[in-house]
Design a protein around this ligand. Structure first.
Ligand SMILES: Cc1cc2nc3c(=O)[nH]c(=O)nc-3n(C[C@H](O)[C@H](O)[C@H](O)COP(=O)(O)OP(=O)(O)OC[C@H]3O[C@@H](n4cnc5c(N)ncnc54)[C@H](O)[C@@H]3O)c2cc1C
Length: 165
């Protein structure tokens, strides 16, 4: 037990993004860090007629907390396909695609890192920006497969490719 006069100050050494906690290296655990837990960012919005430069087709705007298993009901409801991890409890929009993103559909539709159309990102200096091929394109391409936690960013929402089944 601590006495009443013992006061503890927690000074985080860094900020760690934590999604499912699956990462083998433990960087999402972030000992001593201020942890930003994305688990409950579970939104899914189907966009049947999405357009941006170079793309005009269906898409989905997704929250970064969605796990692979949670995407199956949406695929069924909208009769569409999104590329997801084979491991069902792996997050589909956190470290998986940022590290490349292997899945059973990769040989047909590409890796997870091939899927983002736009991203909403909180940068290290606290700005909330959109990253796409048109705006902040350096950030857009860096996040797509550059490696989880290699860049100091925090993603909140993406627009991702959807494929006809
Ligand atoms: C049981 C199991 C099955 C697996 N199956 C597959 C598979 O089928 N295919 C495959 O390619 N890999 C697979 N993996 C590996 C998995 O893709 C990686 O461990 C991946 O990093 C997990 O990402 P996560 O977001 O779920 O986990 P977390 O551990 O929460 O995050 C992983 C990394 O991403 C960072 N991160 C998470 N969310 C964000 C965010 N919003 N913004 C910025 N950074 C963020 C974290 O800081 C951390 O460094 C599997 C792993 C396990 C344990």
């Amino acid at each position: 037990m601590f006495s009443a006069c013992q006061v503890f100050f927690f000074v985080p050494t860094h900020i760690a993004s934590r999604n499912t906690g699956h990462e083998f290296l433990g960087r999402s655990a972030g000992a001593g860090s201020l942890s930003v837990w994305t688990h409950f960012l579970k939104s899914f919005e189907y966009l049947p007629d999405y357009t941006q430069t170079g793309y005009a087709d269906q898409a989905a705007k997704v929250g970064v907390g969605l796990e692979a298993w949670e995407l199956f009901p949406y695929m069924e409801r909208y009769n569409t396909t999104v590329v997801i991890p084979s491991g069902k409890s792996v997050g589909a929009y956190g470290g998986w695609f940022a590290g490349g993103g292997h899945g059973v559909l990769a040989s047909l539709y590409g890796l997870g890192s091939d899927q983002p159309l736009t991203m909403q990102v909180v940068t290290a200096d606290g700005r909330f920006v959109t990253a796409s091929p048109e705006v902040n394109e350096d950030l857009y391409y860096a996040i797509r497969g550059g490696g989880a936690s290699e860049f100091f960013f925090h993603t909140t929402k993406y627009t991702f490719y959807c494929m006809n089944t």
